[in-house]
Ligand binder design. Sequence first.
Ligand SMILES: *[C@@H]1O[C@H](CO)[C@@H](O)[C@H](O)[C@H]1NC(C)=O
Ligand SMILES: *[C@@H]1O[C@H](CO)[C@@H](O)[C@H](O)[C@H]1NC(C)=O
Ligand SMILES: *[C@@H]1O[C@H](CO)[C@@H](O)[C@H](O)[C@H]1NC(C)=O
Length: 620
Amino acid sequence: MRSSWLNKLSVIFGPRPPLSWLLLCLISALALIALFGSSSSSAFDSVTPVAVPDIYTNYRRLKEQAAVDYLELRSISLGASRQRELDLCGRERENYVPCYNVSANLLAGFKDGEEFDRHCEISREGERCLVRPPKEYKIPLRWPAGRDVIWSANVKITKDQFLSSGSMTKRLMLLEENQIAFHSEDGLIFDGVKDYSRQIAEMIGLGSDSEFRQAGVRTVLDIGCGFGSFGAHLVSLEVMAVCIAEYEATGSQVQLALERGLPAMIGNFITRQLPYPSLSFDMVHCAQCGILWEKKDGMLLLEVDRVLKPGGYFVLTSPANKPYGSSLGMKKKSMLTPIEEFTEHICWSLLAQQDETFVWQKTADAGCYTSRKQGAVPLCKQGHETQSYYRPLVSCISGTISKRWFPIQNRSAGFQLNSDELEVHGVESEDFYEDLQVWRSALRNYWSLLTPLIFSDHPKRPGDEDPLPPFNMIRNVMDMNAHYGGLNAAFMEEKKSAWVMNVVPVRAPNTLPLILDQGFAGVLHDWCEPFPTYPQTYDMLHANGLLSHLSSDRCSMRDLFLEMDRILRPEGWVILCDKVGAIEMARIHATQVRWEARVIDLQNGSDQRLLVCQKPFVRK
Ligand SMILES: *[C@@H]1O[C@H](CO)[C@@H](O)[C@H](O)[C@H]1NC(C)=O
Ligand SMILES: *[C@@H]1O[C@H](CO)[C@@H](O)[C@H](O)[C@H]1NC(C)=O
Ligand SMILES: *[C@@H]1O[C@H](CO)[C@@H](O)[C@H](O)[C@H]1NC(C)=O
């Protein structure tokens, strides 16, 4: 992906692959003729100089011309063989999340909580079918309205779960029969989240929670986020909060958070590490998250320590700590002592305690570990500093010898990394900013393509102005091969309403630390496996170079497309950028999963193509 692409592009029409190469060439030629023709024709208002064509209008003109020409060609080629479309799954698969079949895990002998862990090897079998949306599914409201009100038919929740919601971070109410409302920023629905956030800020020593960013708190891992209200509040303070919770068949915290447009993924650490590198987050937060921290010889706290950055905070709010009366007061003591004792061994200091809330700070001084007394938790050996992809939990302290050991309080205040920070990641500033430049222009181009018109065989009349899609057309975006996180940066610069889940494939260069250090959401993932999320949770999937990267892998492309289809909401978008061969294959798979798809030729002499797809809304 380099600059100046799309400045001459043509669209190859054809909803049904495969198109013969002859057809391809013919259409390209026709499109080029259209390009030259349009520059001199008065039928097109030629306000835009030909030398500096406006990408968007240029694209439209080409499309209009090519569409007419194509209609004839198509009638000739329609007899060509069609790819078989995959069947829809039964209704029982509506909420299907692979790898988390608890009853199958129990049957396989997993117990003591391990049955809630991710076991992709168990649920590998099963028919290949398209997971369909719930019967009454409705397209979510756009951001920010969709943050506070969701369609109740889109999520799976029981009446009991509904009625039992009421804790601070877990409050919701039925508005009308088909809508669920959450805490809203305008204070319409009272909720303690703002007070709670302010309380945490004060416990850290800040004047108010609007100072979180200045104090170095940019990313928060919210374990068991309720329905995401704390995260929703943090978003308004420009703090990135990622929610993780274990798989839940109904009333899922992750599903509700994503439905509201808040970053979330299924994740737990009962026996295995989270798929994040060490030193990832500025704060880890657990409000009644149900984890028994004192269990497992402190290994759960060590996992928190691993993902916390130096000087970062662990916030624990637990009603079990509440001093109700004398008997519970004693319970509080016996419950906390092991945690408090353990935190001393790992160089955390208890900053403050108020009501049910405790705030610890991880040391910013790597020297702290060597000055501890005997019997303390050992430091991990060097081998543990590599990629963490669901490895077993460890009973040692990670990250201390990392080049990324840098206190959060000492970070530069700006949004972008400086050259020293980039150097830590072995990235040249020049490379990094060049990449960002490419993504700025790529995003602008993508945005002009995100309209159902792109699939139309009957485009509007030439000269009609097409408005760009609104800034808040999409919210939950996944970049399946995120590299430096450039697409995410471009989304932010362009002030689109989206957040991006930046995925770094396990066998790609591990740029995840760089992504996380920019304050973005990100995760390591093996694309031969399903992604830990619920169906219909993303509005857009983007993958640059992923298909050719995976082509040498053991995994099936068909399964990858099925998985993409599962996690994409109806009418959601897919943009794939890759080499010609990979895109031709992708088009066949896109047809099998019933997406509308268009190949876009960048026409700059490169072998890169775009495939723009939209998932249809199957209402049956
Ligand atoms: C054409 O554009 C693609 C996509 O941005 C880019 O990867 C490629 O390097 C460009 N090729 C040339 C010859 O400019
Ligand atoms: C989960 O596993 C059980 C037992 O193997 C099986 O009967 C059931 O169909 C599975 N559920 C899904 C949704 O695959
Ligand atoms: C962080 O800042 C403090 C106070 O300004 C300073 O004493 C300390 O040396 C800095 N640490 C690093 C690693 O730069």
